[in-house]
Design a protein around this ligand. Structure first.
Ligand SMILES: [Zn+2]
Length: 97
């Protein structure tokens, strides 16, 4: 899965750390396990909301405290949403845009 954070962590783009987790059968880079938890939970909610069986890309804008406006794609389909997470990785708020 591609994200717009190409240099660093798939969620927050930080280049420190070095935590890998397999998400959707692909080894992805994160700065820490919390970012990996948040990303994984987000992917699960997007798949549940859309009914998609896979996600090709996610573009994320925002940060931890404000939340993130995102656009996910799967083939020809696009899904826009906003989400915020708790510091333990659980999703606090999720809404379609
Ligand atoms: Zn991160």
């Amino acid at each position: 899965m591609k994200t717009n954070n190409e240099r660093g962590c798939a969620l927050c783009d930080a280049t420190w750390g070095g935590y890998y987790r397999e998400i959707e059968n692909e080894k992805m880079f994160f700065c820490c396990n919390i970012c990996a938890d948040i990303f994984e939970n987000m992917v699960n909610v997007v798949k549940k909301e859309t009914g998609w069986d896979h996600i090709d890309s996610v573009e994320l804008h925002g940060n931890y405290s404000l939340g993130r406006n995102c656009t996910a794609t799967s083939g020809e389909n696009t899904f826009k949403y906003y989400f915020r997470a708790y510091s333990d990785g659980r999703i606090m708020e999720f809404k379609r845009l």
